[in-house]
Design a protein around this ligand. Structure first.
Ligand code: IMP
Ligand code: MG
Length: 179
């Protein structure tokens, strides 16, 4: 199936079909790994919601879902490494197996901050599942347990990822034109 190229987009990196296919594979890994345990998916708002819902639907074991929101200043436009929780989880994670669901791990600052914060709350286990991983721009090392795609060092949008809050609802992941 061909997809129309949205304005501002240079090229499509992953089509909706490729993303859905890969999510099924990763969901199968997660189902196998956590079978018989108490899995909770934690979505990092807002970028991860499209990925989290698709992933959750494909996981075949019982799961719980919670969300947190961060104010991230760790992108290229501001001071790197500054993150704070803007909306916390609704429920405790003590004793639970927690999978932090991210749209993208880039420098690693956000993921490291969230791992450290959540680890202090006594989960039984804690791991990261990300749609996109840009390992080439990592500044701080974080363990990424599950990833759908490793991507080149270009700004991307779609499937939850935004440029100035737009493009989140694209079904594909696309590289932006440099402007
Ligand atoms: P990190 O703390 O540098 O790993 O940054 C992660 C956050 O930066 C992500 O959750 C995104 O919100 C944002 N980000 C990094 N790269 C991109 C991109 O290519 N497109 C859209 N947002 C991005
Ligand atoms: Mg984000």
């Amino acid at each position: 199936m061909t997809q129309a190229q949205p304005p501002g987009v240079e090229r499509i990196l992953f089509t909706e079909e490729q993303i859905q296919q890969r999510i099924q594979e990763v969901a199968a890994e997660i189902s196998a790994r956590y079978r018989g345990r108490d899995l909770k998916l934690i979505g990092v708002l807002k970028g991860s919601i499209f990925f989290l819902t698709a992933l959750a639907r494909a996981i075949e074991i019982p799961i719980r879902i919670d969300f947190l929101a961060i104010s991230s200043f760790s992108n290229r436009t501001a001071v790197p490494g500054m993150v704070r929780i803007a909306k916390d989880l609704d429920e405790s994670i003590e004793g639970e197996d927690v999978l932090l669901v991210e749209d993208i791990v880039d420098t690693g600052f956000t993921a490291r901050y969230l791992l450290q914060t959540l680890a202090g709350r006594g989960p039984n286990s804690l791991a990261i599942c990300t749609l996109l991983d840009r390992t080439a721009s990592r500044i701080v090392q974080v363990p990424v347990e599950f990833r759908c795609f490793d991507i080149p060092d270009r700004f991307v949008v779609g499937f939850g990822l935004d440029y100035k809050q737009l493009y989140r609802n694209l079904g594909c992941v696309a590289v932006m034109k440099p402007d």
